[in-house]
Design a protein around this ligand. Sequence first.
Ligand code: ADP
Ligand code: ZN
Ligand code: ZN
Length: 707
Amino acid sequence: MNWHVEVAVQTPAHSAMGELLTYASSVPLVAGTLVRVPLGSREVLGVVWGATLPDPLLALKSVGAALDALAPLGDAWRDLVAFAARYYQRSLGEVALAALPPQLRDLSTAQLARRLKRKATGRVDVLADDASNAVALSPEQQTALARFDLEVGPFLLFGSTGSGKTEVYLRAVAELLARDATAQALVMVPEINLTPQLEARFKTRFGSDAVVSLHSGMTNPQRLASWLAAHSGTARIVLGTRMAVFASMPGLKLIVVDEEHDPSYKQQEGARYSARDLAVWRGQREGAKVILGSATPSFESWHQSRPAQGDDAGGRYVRLAMPSRIGVGGGSEAGTAEGAGALPTVRLVDMNLQPPKTVLSGALLAAIGERIARGEQSMVFLNRRGYAPVLACGDCGWKSECPHCSAYRVFHKIDRTLRCHHCGFTERVPRACPACGNPDIAPVGRGTERLEEHLAELFADVKRPDGSAVRIARIDADSTRKEGALESQLAAVHSGQVDVLVGTQMIAKGHDFRRITLVAAVNPDGALFSSDFRAPERLFGLLMQSAGRAGRDAAYLAAQGSRAEMWLQTSHPQHPLFAALRKHDYAAFAASELEQRRAAGMPPFAFQALLRADARTQEAAQAFLTAASTAADSLPGADHVTRYPAVPLAIQRVANVERAQMLIESGSRAALQRLLATWQPLLQTVRRSAEGKGVIRWLVDVDPQQI
Ligand code: ADP
Ligand code: ZN
Ligand code: ZN
């Protein structure tokens, strides 16, 4: 007797191969079983998706081996993968295999069995919530948790920075695990660098065996171990970045998406999924409660959690508000200046009134100096790493352009290199202008490296309270390249060794700094006039987040007799974004931005996708998109979907590849999805007919975050 099974294997994007491949098997195989199957000359990992009626005339290759030491992947997991593949327009095999730990691909059945035996421990009991763990909840935390218990959700936990959202997550997880001995919780954070602190908090609370992490900073063996612990139900809590949304968790009952507005939840290659959106879908499918948490929710989630009003039945999320910071006393109004409690006072510095070439205004320097004298910490935030964004020749106008990209190479003084942040092309800084030989080439503009140097000069003669020299530190992608560097740098900040911390958005998010009382954003203007309609939303979120790093410890502030301040240096002090920021009034800002989006028919009132093409020339890229658009004319429902003209990307050329995109938009998500699904095969035809015209690749980005 012979069975025929359909198997998902890793197939190249948009390959002509069908979604699933059929193999013969001498034994029946349950859907979800991991198997090794022959593909071409190789043997690859696959996931059994289902069985088909055996066709005796079909000569099929046979399944090599089943990894039957492992429990099959559940229906819910397969549904999630299938949904993600369909929704984001990728092949099922690609999404399924990318969702599994890479090492599973390499291990033989015997090796896997050994690995599993070593791990076989059984479910871990979580630590009982003992007195040392338990803090008294604030009234707002109590209310939020009570509603979380009673209602179904999904929930949007709209809590100020420092309002104790993490404590709410911990309690929700604790209650669930205490109630249900097989339940599992998934907790997601946007960035790897936020996982250590959170991991420590969860491990202290629940015991280190109950918690595993899943993120791309782990080694393959570590990832496999975590994945197996989640899949077997041993791990009760999985903490991870966006990839964790695909973790196989048979007992999943709760999903937390912290900082749900963060753009890092959107995958930017392969299947361009939103882990936040998939979390909501997954929660619904598996009957798991979902909490999205943020002080500055995405406008999508904010709109989705609007209360009912008049004819509007409201959104489908439940909004839970925690406007007050811990230690400040609750009971104040949500979203208003009074409700902001001890959120930092926002000070705007009008850079038009400063002497030309001012980097840090005198008033800001004085404020930082006062903090140093009192032994407090300050944080200076500049979202641009390197020393200077451009190196230029004053004589002939030469600039440090990247020969491969339509962008400048950034000057890194530390190793005297010019580095392209897009393609990675790196060269030693030339001794003289490559164009005219002028030896006097100079940096233009400023990155974190140069800002750090500048601050060190300015505070060279200032002393800390103990008489020692001021310590300036920098945290950005460059300073944290070495393994463990970020942890040790953060530890230095937490232990009080650092007086002024300079950094990119890496330091603006999430960290629970206790002694920082001043945060300054020195050049936030770049994002004010971006062509991307989400730029103001992102800037507002980032600045609120940064402000949230100041004055997190009310008791410390009181003991110091200090105040939390957020300084903003801008040439556009009249901009409404700053007015809203001053009042910490997210709600008002969101309302005005959403009103504009409604009027303009933009998300969340419309749904978008991008079709992108990469080619040898910009003409070829655009021609592909135009041909694709023409091909779509004949599709059913095409008239419900707007296709805009093809345009170059903001950074048009990267690594000698020209990039163009076409925006596709509809008031109906279903209409957009229908068009994309029927368009897919046509796109492959258009691609084939463009053969030899220099088109390199194309891709679809559904719900794009960057336009
Ligand atoms: P958020 O995630 O909202 O920014 P956190 O959860 O990090 O805030 O809480 C801020 C600080 O307040 C943390 O140091 C946390 O330990 C503390 N905290 C949270 N809830 C309470 C509480 N009920 N009582 C005392 N301290 C609390
Ligand atoms: Zn020159
Ligand atoms: Zn480049």
